[in-house]
Ligand binder design. Structure first.
Ligand SMILES: *Cc1c(COP(=O)(O)O)cnc(C)c1O
Length: 376
């Protein structure tokens, strides 16, 4: 089976993990956690990074840090992986799901602006949803597939309406907007190291920020909020959300290879574009000139989505449709979905992601391309 986006463990992973096992430093503290955090902050251009057990727990921690409560609503895109919405729901808050832009598949900023101008009001520098009276403290943009929306406009809208920006940049390690790294625009940003992401620790995540107080609180909250280095004194309800040293060791080895992975992802998307642009109605995700994306998961849009999916998966070339839009999931039926003509559904029914592991060969890329062409 040719994996959609599998791990590439071609570097020092075994060496560093072996060192952890031989020295016994496998668990909740160790030098690789510190190293991985330092490398991540440096790479993203932020002052601080705090490792977590997953991208989902990174997002949940951030929402807790920002004081989100069950009386609040949080704005998120309707097209995203479910972890975005789950992390919001863990706080008890409700969702405001904004429909997607039909070309770049990110949150539609025209719709966002319309929502903020017509459905919310500002009182004492706090944003409230008029109909429910609920507070809206946070907006959570997601950099879908490593692409990035017009962040200048999003941040301006957020500032104007007193929303704190928390970036779900879990898919965007190595993506830049106007030369700045994803995750560094908001008060807090996040990464995921799940097995299908651009680098992996098996499972893991990271919080990035320039705010020292938030970084310290993040470390505290993710490590059971222990306030004494000797005695078991805890000063609030914390979480066991830390990343273990043996996973961080893999992370350090993966970070060493990240520039090579990013180069390969760019070659992969270029290969597919050379082969498939102009074939039938195939279209690729639109990317603005301001964005240098990581091309994490090459995805095409076509009327023949179902046929292409079947052809590829029958040939053991793992391919996936886009996520089911959040408003269509049973658990989020009561939440707010703001849209004009439900573009999310159209995108869901037309887009599919195609094999793009960084260790895929050019011969395999050619085989996938030829298989897709058969559908046309
Ligand atoms: C991968 C991902 C996450 C986090 O996933 P984990 O598996 O918990 O690391 C969150 N949001 C989005 C959009 C993702 O793609």
């Amino acid at each position: 089976m040719l994996l959609l986006s599998g791990p590439n463990m071609g570097g020092n992973e075994l060496k560093y993990v072996t060192e952890c096992i031989e020295t016994g430093w496998v668990s909740s503290v160790g030098s690789y956690v510190d190293k991985f955090e330092k490398l991540s902050a440096e790479f993203a251009g932020t002052s601080f990074a705090v490792a977590t057990s997953s991208g989902t727990t990174a997002l949940h921690t951030c929402l807790v840090l920002l004081g989100v409560t069950p009386n609040d609503l949080v704005i998120a895109p309707n097209i995203t992986f479910i972890a975005t919405c789950n992390s919001i729901k863990y706080t008890g808050a409700g969702l405001v799901l904004i429909d997607a832009d039909e070309n770049d598949w990110q949150m539609d900023l025209n719709l966002l602006q319309q929502f903020l101008e017509t459905e919310t009001e500002q009182r004492n520098d706090v944003c409230y949803h008029i109909k429910t009276g609920k507070r809206i403290p946070v907006i959570m943009p997601v950099h879908v597939l490593g692409n990035i929306c017009d962040m200048d406009r999003l941040v301006a809208l957020a500032n104007e309406h007193h929303l704190i920006v928390l970036e779900d940049s879990t898919e965007a390690l190595g993506s830049y907007y106007k030369g700045r790294h994803a995750g560094s625009f908001g008060v807090l940003g996040t990464f995921s190291y799940n097995g299908n992401k651009i680098i992996t620790t098996g499972g893991g995540g990271m919080i990035i920020t320039n705010d020292e107080t938030l970084a310290k609180k993040a470390k505290h909250l993710t490590t059971q909020a222990k306030s004494d280095s000797f005695e078991y004194i805890h000063d609030e309800i914390g979480y066991n959300y830390r990343l273990v040293n043996v996973a961080a060791a893999m992370g350090v080895a993966q970070m060493e290879q990240l520039p090579g992975f990013l180069k390969r992802k760019k070659e992969i998307i270029q290969f597919y574009k050379d082969q498939l642009q102009g074939v039938g109605d195939i279209q690729f995700q639109q990317v603005s000139d301001d964005v240098n994306p990581n091309w994490w998961l090459p995805t095409i849009k076509t009327e023949k989505q179902k046929d292409v999916l079947k052809l590829l998966n029958d040939a053991k070339m793992q391919s996936r449709p886009f996520w089911v839009p959040m408003n269509q999931l049973r658990m989020f039926k009561e939440d707010i979905y703001y849209h004009q003509n439900d573009r999310s559904d159209f995108i869901y029914r037309h887009c599919l992601s195609i094999p793009c592991s960084t260790n895929i060969s050019n011969e395999e890329l050619m085989e996938v391309s030829q298989k897709i062409k058969e559908a046309f």
